[in-house]
Design a protein around this ligand. Structure first.
Ligand code: GLN
Length: 251
């Protein structure tokens, strides 16, 4: 029997950075890969543990401010390999708190500047004197990833951190993940949501994100199969997921 191709999923800080069911994104990827006859290899990485040699797709979920502070130094120690992998086209999905720490800097509520990994050309101001309002609620955006322009991405958001692109709407050939149709997105200006850099996506979409946005899940799988020179038609029946996505567009 021919060997099923392997697909390496590296889950960063599953204990600390996994609020609002963000693990559902990993489960959705594992489910979809198995449906395609591909063997997902799950590689959790906790504080103090090295990144695995092989990764096709990284995931980091959201976290409360104190969880983010627990992992940020360890995350910074992983910068060079993570950055190199993303530059080489490896996929990544970062949700909310994870997204914030992968930006260029994270400014805490009392003004301390924490260097981010600088993967995404954004910076985040955490809650404090200047930022009190939380961005909470359902979020609907029109996707800006080329090839997914007809896709609406849906989910919910719950963050106080305000995220801005370092130079206007986009920078360093990066762009927002979507235009906000309803909800907040990156910040209270309610214009743009998330950030895309090569095959890496940062977003405020909890939900979990991928089960409700199958087109985005397929985008991650397609670009990684292409990078691994695996030819596979993605023919997963997403009738229910698309129905849920449609219903959530009108919340
Ligand atoms: N603690 C961060 C904030 O409040 C991120 C929250 C989250 O991951 N949902 O902005």
């Amino acid at each position: 029997m021919n060997q099923q191709p392997a697909f390496y999923i590296t889950h960063l800080y599953p204990k600390e950075m996994n609020i609002y069911g963000d693990m559902g994104n990993v489960i959705a990827m594992q489910y979809r890969l198995k449906k395609l006859g591909i063997k997902p290899i799950y590689q959790p990485v906790n504080i103090g543990e090295k990144l695995p040699q092989k990764t096709d797709w990284y995931f980091i979920g959201g976290g409360q401010d104190n969880d983010q502070m627990k992992i940020v130094r360890d995350l910074q120690s992983k910068q060079s390999k993570l950055f190199q992998d993303i530059i080489n086209g490896v996929g990544l999905l970062a949700i909310c708190g994870g997204y914030q720490l992968l930006g260029k800097k994270f400014i805490t509520g009392d003004g301390e500047v924490i260097p981010g990994l600088g993967l995404f050309a954004v910076e985040t101001q955490a809650p404090g004197e200047q930022v009190k309002q939380r961005c909470i609620g359902n979020l609907v955006t029109s996707c800006l990833i080329p090839g997914l322009s007809d896709t609406k991405l849906v989910g919910f958001e719950n963050h106080s951190g305000q995220t801005e692109f370092v130079s206007g709407v986009s920078a360093d050939n990066q762009h927002p993940l979507g235009e906000v149709n309803s909800g907040f997105g990156n910040n209270a200006n309610q214009e743009h949501e998330g950030c895309v850099f090569k095959n890496a996506v940062g977003t405020y979409l909890h939900g979990s994100c991928l089960p409700k946005n199958p087109d985005l899940a397929n985008w991650f799988i397609q670009n990684q199969l292409a990078r691994k020179s695996i030819t596979k038609k993605i023919d997963i029946d997403d009738t229910i997921a698309k129905k849920v996505n449609m219903q959530l567009q009108s919340f």
